[in-house]
Design a protein around this ligand. Structure first.
Ligand SMILES: [Zn+2]
Length: 256
């Protein structure tokens, strides 16, 4: 709320106190507008998304300075802007949701003909550097949905039902961390990982193998544990079982 007040946007956002923010800036956004800054440093989109969701469509289309500038705030959940002699810190604890095509034309791997060369495809996916991929907990390939499927009457799970499930898991986490400064698995500090992400013996072995085979970074290793903790919470399981750790590993994407 205070962040919006600084930006003078409060009068346009009447329901702010009730709703978490959802920000979806266009991929042509400048680094200053995304991260914050200016003569009198103002908060950027990442801070306007504080405690909510920052949705970035067409991720590789963002300017390199914007993409790389996201690294620190994703890690620190705050950003410090230095301008002349002024140094300002703004919070930016947001959930990053991003989408990208498999190739520049968007048809690679679908029934439609992709017109891109292998080199173009490689260059496109390489725009998302290793350190950025490393900071993304869950990546899911989404298949092309044909028109028949799109209009089919087959019922999928409703948003209300999914919301209930998320709320339940959030409650479990809030209760677990009630004596600590944070409330979610995502915010779990490294020093607490061993205490709260207890692995069943077989799960430990699976993770060890993945660490070596996939040449995971320490950060990726920790993130897998936190995601697995959340999957185990969905199962209301005290320990992280095999299926939880396997699912969490399957969500990792390696740099190509
Ligand atoms: Zn293509």
């Amino acid at each position: 709320m205070q962040i919006y007040s600084i930006c003078g946007k409060l009068q346009y956002e009447p329901s702010l106190s009730l709703q978490r923010p959802f920000r979806s800036p266009h991929h042509s956004i400048t680094a200053t507008a995304m991260l914050g800054g200016g003569r009198n440093p103002l908060p950027g989109e990442i801070s306007l998304a504080h405690q909510g969701v920052l949705f970035l469509d067409e991720l590789p289309e963002l300017k390199l300075a914007v993409l790389e500038g996201l690294r620190e705030p994703l890690e620190e959940r705050k950003i410090t802007i230095n301008r002349n002699l002024i140094s300002v810190s703004y919070p930016c604890n947001f959930i990053l949701v991003a989408s990208m095509n498999p190739c520049p034309c968007g048809y690679y791997g679908t029934k439609q003909q992709c017109k891109c060369t292998q080199e173009q495809i490689r260059r496109y996916s390489r725009k998302i550097s290793g350190p950025i991929i490393d900071r993304i907990d869950i990546t899911v390939p989404i298949e092309y949905i044909g028109y028949d499927k799109l209009i089919s009457s087959q019922k999928s799970e409703t948003s209300e039902k999914i919301q209930k499930r998320v709320e339940k898991v959030r409650r479990i986490q809030k209760e677990r961390y009630k004596d600590l400064k944070f409330q979610t698995n995502a915010e779990l500090e490294t020093k607490y990982i061993e205490q709260y992400c207890t692995l069943a013996r077989k799960s430990q072995k699976i993770l060890e193998n993945a660490y070596q085979k996939l040449q995971l970074t320490t950060r990726a290793y920790m993130k897998i544990l936190k995601v697995a903790r959340t999957i185990a919470d969905m199962d209301e399981s005290q320990y992280i079982q095999e299926q939880h750790i396997l699912e969490a590993i399957s969500y990792r994407r390696k740099e190509e």
